[in-house]
Design a protein around this ligand. Sequence first.
Ligand code: NAD
Length: 272
Amino acid sequence: MAEFNDKVAIVTGGALGMGSITAYEFAKSGASVVVADIDSSAGEQRVARMRDNGLSALFLQTDVSVAADCERAVASAVAEFGGVDVLFNNAGIQPPDSYLNVEDTSEETWDKITGVNLKGHFLMSKYAIPEMRKRGGGMIINNASVQGLQSQPLVPAYAASKGGALSLTRQMALDYAPERIRVLAICPGTIDTEMVRTVASQEGGDIDQTLVRYGAGHPIGRIGQGEDIAALVLFLASDAASFMTGSHVVIDGGLMALGAWAGGAGGSGTDG
Ligand code: NAD
């Protein structure tokens, strides 16, 4: 498949989780991929594996909450591959010790979570958009969450960051539609990644069993895989989705379709 031949894609948080699988799939589809992640050990490993398989990839240690890092990531993509066509704003955090109400959430925790999950989208977009303009258009996909649409108790900063990501998506889509820069968001339900495995491990017991239980809370009977996300992101970034901008796509095994009054199985684990 050569859908993304001659395209350059930046994937933030591409060292692990759904970002790493999406980075791999973009490269397999012809793109040159920049993996921008704070974790240099996992990121270098990911890119080495991609290169070993003949794919075009570069790792850049990047903290998406730091403007200078984001500017450098975009500049390096341009220096190495000639431009930027696709930005997958995927990096996100939900620290296990952040499940608290507003009173008990420290300012530091609030700033850290919103800094990565929301400001990171802003900063990467801010520096990537001028490069997309030079190429005559581009595509930004923001990873939000079903938690941007509905709520569970005790995740104030994470939930606010994800709601903000959806608003930012609409805003940027309107502002840049005339320049052929499309902006979309995705809202995953529970996806089997390092983030969700960390959350599951807090419950004690066998993690795989916990993930099976989370899956039972999704109407489709399982949690998602990184491959589910990668397939959607590649579609949204492709010309097949050229009439889509300013909206979000829910990818959650039916979770958001299930009313709280409908007696669905509890304990979805959402999310990540
Ligand atoms: P993950 O923890 O498995 O991977 C996240 C990646 O982001 C890691 O490689 C990590 O090193 C990187 N990262 C963390 N902080 C960073 C920073 N400051 N700068 C750059 N990179 C940073 O997580 P995941 O489950 O793959 O989540 C990816 C995205 O999907 C996040 O935005 C998350 O909120 C969202 N999400 C996850 C789920 C889920 O169930 N897993 C559901 C909905 C939304």
